[in-house]
Design a protein around this ligand. Structure first.
Ligand code: MOS
Length: 710
């Protein structure tokens, strides 16, 4: 029946993006615009003893200088994930304290960007400095608590079933090991930026990259004590987000507050250096994994303990153990998630928060167990896949993990792999094959969509939901084209403006799953209004009626299905690496990913999402790390040159295939979304291949050359 859904449709916004006509936040042209440059702390712990702004104030073109001594007014929002959330609970410039290196301590506003930057460097600060806590080995870890209010808990504290000690005593094979990951930076192509344009004191338009314009609208409204209708948030395009652009960061809060005070449209763009400290990152993690198996390869116990850090000014615990009850089944399960406060900026969501580092540990440990048991790692996973969610007891809906493993093995040629390390060589290099599983939950939220059918056969779809570069514009168009039976080229989609119907969050890989059912429903309502069954008949009826349009607004939301089913997407990665031990060079030379994401809405953009995830995962596996100066506390990487990530030459051809079936228990279109799953399991697949190639078991990311030499 499907004519458009599931085919390969090119991005609707592709041309605008490659020709430079897509307008990003900092590019909006506002008459009378002035520029702000942030002043940031050069210590990581202590207080500001004195701050002298006199030279800055006298510098050419300077309009205003804000510090904690004259902070513009702002109120604390409720800071609850679902209603109004800022990434950092402490409001900017709220006191003289410095909690982390690079923290915002001032804002200089001038008539040009260059003059604001020059004047910002004239601000003189004296500090009372304390030694910053930057080393997790010196930190105090405590049970992780709920984040963002009671309505949203990623993962906290402890969980246990069964009798772990007995299982340990009765084991044929045991793996008890520690895996670590490094602090990773978001580094999206589009830097964080905002323009705040007030109309008087009571209404504001915000141009800012936002994954969730409606929540951002409510948050700014609460920050300034005005009704949400008086805040308009405009984000037609985002240049990469991955979790770091869902809520306002302190620079956005400060820019909007300052703009209100000076009554001028104000723009603040962060430098790459400022972004390393002030716009979130993935915390480093340490995970202790214990796997216990019987002689037949069946798991009898899994213990997973995870540690990450947060800042002194908000809580974000990297929820590594969230995925453990989902992946593999064991009668004895023990989870523990701990967190420590350190003098580093607040970590945040980053593509598959929790699932990604969690699976790095689990999928590495499963490989270690397979070698210990002398079992094929694919076989070990097939034996042990979880039958139900082990925390809720709910069965999985439309689960095809086994197909991901089997099809991936088949496409890769896994049956030719010898289970022997250092057994393959090519051109003087050691070759290794590795694999890992992948998973990500199926999330879905409440959304509304308006559809308008016009007399010329064109269709407009309008929603405040965002396309953060994933292809949401195109998926919305594809869904409407299918529902109305019109060519996809006839559908024009408008997104990313809080004036439009609430489209929910582009996060948790849920935009497609949230929006598509509402698009479908609105299209059906349009046909009903026209009393027709197809778009072309409706169009003819419209012309006859003499009216301008048939339109309908529909909403869709999750219902009771979440009480019956656990919704989860699945995948497998198979890869080949080539290792030159003499110089420690590691290249990924071949990649196959097979995903079960329910219904595939757009074969082209879905495969691109998986490829993007794999590339980001290869970056995590081989290159990405951020260290902090042990004395000053600032990140020692500060731009896209010092923070290493893959270029085209580092990435092989990535084959992507999909298996499974539409997950109709989940939503009426059966699509579970595909944004994040691609990155999960990638680093483990690489490290497992490195073990096969070299016999070296590397448990610390990234796998840099020093770890491979000799
Ligand atoms: Mo994603 S980390 O849910 O934006």
């Amino acid at each position: 029946m499907s004519k458009v859904i599931g085919t390969a449709v090119s991005r609707q916004d592709g041309r605008a993006k490659v020709t430079g006509t897509a307008t990003y936040a900092a590019e909006h042209q506002i008459p009378g615009l002035v520029h702000g440059y942030l002043v940031t702390a050069t210590i990581a712990n202590g207080r500001i003893k004195s701050i002298d702004t006199s030279a800055a104030q006298k510098a050419p073109g300077v309009i205003a200088v804000f510090t904690h001594k004259n902070a513009p007014p702002m109120f604390k929002p409720t800071n609850n994930f679902m209603t109004s959330k800022i990434y950092e609970a402490r409001l900017p410039l709220s006191d003289d304290k410095v909690h982390y290196g690079g923290q915002i301590i001032g804002l200089v506003v001038a008539d040009t960007w260059e003059r604001s930057r020059h004047a910002a460097h004239l601000v003189k600060v004296e500090y009372e400095t304390q030694k910053p806590l930057l080393d997790p080995n010196n930190a105090t870890f405590k049970e992780a608590i709920s984040m963002f209010g009671e309505s949203f808990v990623l993962e906290k504290g402890q969980f246990a079933t069964g009798d772990f000690t007995t299982a340990m005593a009765d084991a044929a094979a045991k793996i008890e090991v520690t895996y670590t990951t490094s602090t990773e930076l978001h580094a999206p192509m589009e830097p964080h930026a905002i323009i705040a344009h007030w109309q008087g004191q009571e209404a504001v338009t915000i141009y800012e990259p936002s994954q969730w314009v409606i929540n951002t609208q409510r948050t700014y409204a609460e920050l300034f004590g005005i009704p949400a209708e008086k805040v308009r948030v405009v984000t037609p395009f985002l240049g990469g987000a991955f979790g770091c652009k869902a809520f306002p960061w302190p620079h956005g809060v400060l820019c909007a507050a300052a703009a209100r005070q000076i009554q001028r449209p104000l723009k603040v763009v962060l430098s790459r250096r400022q972004m390393t400290a002030n716009t979130g990152h993935r915390s480093e993690t340490e995970q202790r994994l214990s796997l216990v198996a019987k002689g037949d390869g069946m798991l009898s116990a899994i213990a997973h303990e995870a540690k990450s850090y947060t800042s002194p000014v908000d809580v974000f615990a990297e929820p590594c153990t969230g995925i453990t009850p989902v992946m593999y089944g064991a009668p004895n399960l023990r989870l523990n998630q701990e967190i420590a406060v350190m003098n580093i900026g607040t970590p945040t969501f980053m593509r598959a928060p929790g699932e990604n580092p969690g699976l790095w540990a689990i999928e590495s440990a499963m490989d270690e167990l397979a070698w210990a048991l002398q079992l094929d790692p694919v076989e070990l996973r097939l034996k042990n896949e979880a039958k139900a969610h082990q925390k809720t007891g709910l069965p999985f809906s439309a689960k095809h993990f086994a197909d991901c493993l089997k099809v991936g093995a088949e496409q890769f040629g896994w049956q030719d792999r010898k289970m022997q390390v250092r057994s393959l060589t090519r051109d003087g290099k050691l070759i290794g094959w590795g694999m890992a599983g992948a998973t990500f939950p199926g999330y879905r939220g409440k959304t509304s969509v308006k559809v308008r059918l016009l007399p010329d056969g064109k269709v407009h779809v309008l929603t405040a939901g965002n396309d953060m570069g994933t292809g949401a514009y195109t998926v919305v168009a594809v869904t409407a084209a299918e529902a109305l039976g019109v060519p996809v080229e006839n559908v024009r989609v408008e997104m990313g403006d809080s004036l439009l119907p609430d489209g929910g969050i582009a996060g948790g890989s849920q935009m497609t799953a949230s929006l598509a059912p509402a698009v479908m429903q609105a299209c059906q309502d349009v046909l009903k209004a026209a009393n027709c069954t197809t778009g072309s008949d409706a169009c003819a009826a419209l012309r006859q009626s003499g009216r301008a349009a048939f339109e309908a607004t529909a909403s869709s939301a999750p219902g009771a299905e979440g009480k019956k089913w656990a919704f989860q997407s699945w995948g497998s990665h198979f890869c080949e690496v080539a290792v030159d031990e003499e110089i420690g060079r590691l290249r990924v030379t071949r990649w196959v990913s097979v995903m079960d994401i329910g219904r595939v809405m757009n074969a082209k953009t879905a495969a691109s999402q998986v490829r993007g995830g794999v590339i980001m995962g290869i970056g995590q596996a081989l290159m990405e790390e951020c260290h902090f100066d042990p004395n000053l506390g600032n990140p020692v990487v500060y731009d896209l040159a010092t923070y290493h990530f893959p270029a085209h030459a580092d990435i092989p051809r990535i084959e992507v295939a999909f298996v499974g079936e539409p997950d109709l228990n989940f939503n009426p279109v059966g699509a579970r979304g595909v944004g994040e799953i691609g990155i999960t399991g990638v680093a483990a697949a690489v490290a497992n291949a490195v073990y096969h190639a070299t016999g070296k078991r590397l448990r610390s990311l990234p796998l840099t050359p020093d770890k491979l030499i000799g």
